[in-house]
Design a protein around this ligand. Structure first.
Ligand code: NAD
Length: 261
């Protein structure tokens, strides 16, 4: 259990947090003392067990709330059911890779709903609670693809550029209040979302797994390393801390130099 708990007494809601970056962010915020609301669209025993284990590990309250971030009513219900929201991390995201003229419309709609519109709905529901509490942090997990583009990722790139825009508007609308809104832009992190792309990329380029990692994924990152979910979580802890209270409306890249190229 952590002894340095700057976020003690705060409630953090992290959308899409039963795996990958969301789960890593939840652990780091819990370590910093925040009570946690985990979320996904599933409702498995493992999801609730995850919450119990995290509570035990960090000595904070952890709840799991099922809500489908592709549905506006669920997004708003997540915040209302939680009952408090000091720190909102909009993290839920999916990916699909295909050329524009062969991109399934239902995938386009799902990516825009989950990766972008959900953040609009949760933020709209959370801001009144933050105003009432007199303190708030909105942290949007965007991407290096919110600042740059890649072919075949039209919906993902559009949604991530959109969330960077939404971040700036949220920051401007709350600028005179003790509320900040920023976007974190990861490069590649080896999570289930990226793992799922590797087999197709292996087939597409006739490469083995190691070569895909080295020559396709890490080729974009001058550091030649993946960021970790703990590093992403640490960035969120910083943005939630009082050190960052004048940081609003900006993007923080955690991408090993990708967007410096
Ligand atoms: P992941 O697949 O491990 O996690 C995605 C999470 O979203 C899961 O918890 C999943 O349950 C949840 N989710 C999916 N659909 C949902 C829905 N309809 N409602 C609620 N939750 C839903 O992937 P990840 O890599 O951890 O991705 C997390 C975020 O980080 C995404 O927004 C992604 O775009 C972003 N990101 C990831 C990388 C990377 O390299 N992994 C890079 C840049 C940005």
């Amino acid at each position: 259990m952590s002894t340095h708990t700057p976020l003690s007494g705060k409630t953090a809601i992290i959308t899409g947090s039963n795996s990958g970056i969301g789960l890593g962010v939840a652990h780091e915020l819990a370590k910093a003392g925040a009570n946690i609301v985990l979320n996904s669209f599933t409702d498995r025993d493992e999801d609730h067990q995850l919450a119990k284990d995290m509570a035990k590990e960090h000595g904070v309250e952890v709840r799991y709330i099922k809500a489908d971030m592709s549905k506006s009513d669920d997004c708003r219900a997540l915040i209302e059911t939680a009952g408090a929201c000091d720190i909102l991390v909009n993290n839920a995201g999916i990916q699909h890779v295909a050329p524009i003229d062969d991109f399934p419309v239902e995938k386009w709609n799902a990516i825009l709903a989950i990766n972008l519109s959900s953040a609009f709905h949760t933020t709209a529901a959370a801001l009144p609670m933050m105003r009432k509490a007199g303190w708030g942090r909105v942290i949007n997990i965007a991407s290096a693809h919110g600042l740059t583009a890649s072919p075949y990722k039209s919906a993902y790139v559009a949604a991530k550029h959109g969330i960077v825009g939404l971040t700036k508007v949220t920051a401007l609308e709350t600028a005179e209040e003790p509320i900040t809104c920023n976007a974190v832009c990861p490069g590649y992190v080896l999570t289930p979302l990226v793992e799922a792309q590797i087999p197709d990329t292996m087939k597409q380029y006739n490469m083995d797994r190691d070569t895909v990692i080295r020559e396709v994924l890490l080729d974009r990152q001058p550091s030649k390393q993946f960021a970790t979910v703990e590093e992403l979580g640490g960035t969120c802890v910083f943005l939630a801390s009082d050190y960052a209270k004048q940081i609003t409306g900006t993007t923080i890249s955690v991408d090993g130099g990708w967007t410096a190229l």
